[in-house]
Design a binder for this molecule. Structure first.
Ligand code: LLP
Length: 431
């Protein structure tokens, strides 16, 4: 992907940096992020809007990979940040992002988090539930402020990878249920608070979505609400947030529509939905996370032990595992691997790539076709940029790897490698 290349002697190079040089300097496991690739994904989201001269707002859902450097990158490309907790808000502020370019999501924002968001002046809050309407209003009232809000809607469209299902009564912890009239009830409640400026609705139908169909249905259901609210409450909502969810290619089984094409289609179906109700397209907002960073990330490991079970399976273990990438253990996610110094060699065996944790479920890939590997070989797993570092753990007291950003033959640290002292930092010795 991106700027990844294979050198003449069969070595993987990312952002113009041969991987052996990276691991000599930074060690393994190592998250390597391709800066040009990240920037290109961000630009791909903006191009269709710019071509059509349409106002838009792309907010990077930083849950996918939330670090100070990554927030800076998103900001430098003119993206907003979608944040969901005090920690993400703090990180974005430490990155120097202007709070007016942040949008806050979450189904149970605490009093403390909402206060923090109000005090710094976050640009937009996506209100999720009835409790939050009153909580936010009272905080704003106390501080004599007002704030733009969206209401999170559960539109009854649920996307499961490249399929979507339309459920009558969506069973989800997020948002106001559309079918049962909760959205209209919420609007009524919002109107009682002059501190809350309702500017639009929000829906996020799921993740790892490959085509536009789920978005089309959601846009139609939302457009109907915009029309209803205009007719009945003379409420003109001028923002529409369709969330994130665009899919990426983890393995050859995945065939997502490219970002630029899907965004173009998304604009078209949303326009059509609003036209059907005699309305103009509101300012469209998107919150992509995975599709910005997943494919830009590669994890480098060192191969260690090997266990061959005759006629059953061969396990090859690496120096990381579910602590740096829990997605197979959690979701059964599939990945691809390569021997990073021997990219020209043909596969000769199919192995299971295991982690080093004391747990059988600590696997990275069940079935990886690879040339015969030896202890000390470098192994690369691709497409690990999203929801890997951000979901990493310290299980078995394993420190989190470093993350670096590569571009034009230069590497920059974006997250330092943790040490074992770091792991004991919060432990209190019994006296
Ligand atoms: N907006 C909202 C309100 C969200 O809940 C999410 C993701 C996004 C945007 C970004 O979605 P994306 O573009 O990244 O699909 N840990 C899981 C993914 C959880 C996604 C949660 N919400 C995984 O590793 O697959």
């Amino acid at each position: 992907y991106g700027t990844s290349k294979i050198t003449e002697n069969g070595e993987l190079s990312i952002g113009g940096c041969p991987v052996s040089q990276l691991t000599e300097t930074y060690g393994t496991p190592l998250y390597v992020y391709d800066e040009d690739f990240i920037r290109e994904q961000m630009r791909a989201y903006k191009r269709p809007f710019e071509r059509a001269h349409l106002p838009h707002r792309i907010a990077y859902a930083c849950k996918a990979f939330c670090t100070i450097g990554m927030c800076q990158l998103a900001d430098s490309e003119g993206l907003w940040l979608d944040i969901v907790s005090e920690g993400e808000l703090y990180t974005a502020i430490r990155a120097g992002i202007h709070p007016s370019h942040m949008c806050m999501n979450g189904n149970n924002k605490s009093d403390h988090e909402l206060r923090y968001a109000v005090e710094v002046g976050v640009g937009l809050i996506v209100v999720d539930n009835f409790y939050e309407i009153d909580l936010l209003a009272s905080i704003l009232h106390e501080q004599n402020r007002s704030m733009d809000i969206l209401l999170r809607v559960a539109p009854g469209v649920e996307a499961h990878t490249h399929e979507f299902i339309s459920t009558g009564q969506q069973d989800s912890k997020f948002g106001f249920d559309l079918k049962s009239g909760q959205v209209q009830q919420a609007v009524k409640q919002v109107k009682e608070h002059k501190e809350l400026q309702l500017v639009g609705l929000h829906s996020h139908i799921g993740s790892q979505i490959f085509d536009v169909e789920g978005f089309r249905l959601a846009a139609h259901r939302l457009a109907e609400q915009y029309a209803w609210l205009l007719q009945n409450y003379e409420l003109h909502l001028h923002v529409l947030n369709l969330g994130g969810g665009l899919g990426v290619r983890y393995t050859e089984e995945d065939t997502p529509t490219p970002i630029e094409t899907l965004t173009e289609e998304l604009i078209a179906v949303t326009k059509e939905a609003f036209l059907t109700h005699g309305m103009d397209l509101p300012l469209l907002m998107l919150e992509p996370g995975r599709s910005i960073v997943a494919q830009a990330g590669t994890t480098l490991y060192t191969v260690g032990s090997r266990k061959e079970i005759p006629h059953v399976r061969t396990y090859v273990a690496v120096d990381g595992g579910m602590t740096d990438n829990p997605r197979l253990a959690l979701y059964g996610a599939k990945y691809e691997a390569a021997l990073a110094m021997r990219m020209h060699e043909q596969p000769t065996e199919s192995i299971a790539i295991a982690g080093k944790c004391c747990e059988s479920g600590d696997m990275l890939i069940w079935d990886a076709p690879l040339p015969q590997s030896h202890p000390g070989d470098l192994l690369a797993i691709t497409c690990t940029g999203a929801y890997n570092y951000s979901m990493a753990s310290h299980y078995n007291r394993i420190p989190n790897p470093a993350a670096i950003l590569v571009k034009d033959g230069t590497a920059r640290t974006i997250v330092k490698r943790e040490t074992v002292e770091d792991l004991c930092r919060f432990d209190v010795r019994l006296e």
